[in-house]
Design a protein around this ligand. Structure first.
Ligand code: MN
Length: 186
């Protein structure tokens, strides 16, 4: 991923931040299990809210890692998805601009994602706050970008725009297109 994401940045992100969501989700499951076993009341509202955040974190990171690739190993040409992108957004450049603006303007911590709605055959950009707010249920995520500060602070400090610009060099277009093609077959 270098020079777009450094080894140190990627390792900390994967091994510390992503791992923390997995650990926290597991802790909540244990707490739920214990409470059920001992028939203890839990604050269900706050427990489920936290569980949604932690599981969302795990699932979105898993999608994110897999839609990254070493620079120059994949590109967007001759992909079915790109035809759809050009049709929906007018041009690939227009899509890039809208996605970049979505990522740039997430309030606080969150994500930008390109999603596909099978019911309407529409590509829609989803701007997620935290890991679980503003999500369209059932829309499939084709490509996602993490814009939590923890995703870029080592390499880019507070400059989210520079990180987003770098992201375009390491998109795994084979994977993103594969996710799209698999949906066409269902
Ligand atoms: Mn992250």
């Amino acid at each position: 991923m270098q020079p777009y994401i450094s080894e140190e940045q990627l390792k900390i992100h994967h091994q510390k931040h992503h791992q923390a969501y997995v650990n926290s989700a597991n802790t909540i499951f244990e707490k739920l299990q214990k409470a059920r076993k001992d028939n203890i009341d839990l604050d269900i509202k706050s427990t489920l809210k936290e569980l949604s955040f932690q599981i969302g974190g795990h699932l979105l990171h898993s999608l994110f890692w897999n839609n990254l690739a070493s620079a120059g190993t994949t590109n967007e040409s001759n992909k079915l998805l790109i035809d759809y992108i050009e049709n929906e957004f007018g041009s690939f450049e227009r899509f890039k601009k809208e996605f970049t603006q979505a990522a740039l303007s997430v309030e606080g911590s969150g994500w930008a994602a390109l999603t596909f709605d099978k019911q309407t055959n529409k590509l829609i950009i989803m701007q997620i706050e935290k890991h679980n707010i503003n999500i369209y249920p059932t829309f499939q995520i084709l490509m996602i970008l993490d814009v939590f500060e923890h995703a870029y602070y080592i390499d880019y400090k507070n400059e989210r725009a520079k990180f987003i610009e770098a992201f375009w060099n390491i998109v795994n277009w084979d994977e993103v297109n594969k996710r799209f093609e698999e949906l066409q077959e269902l």
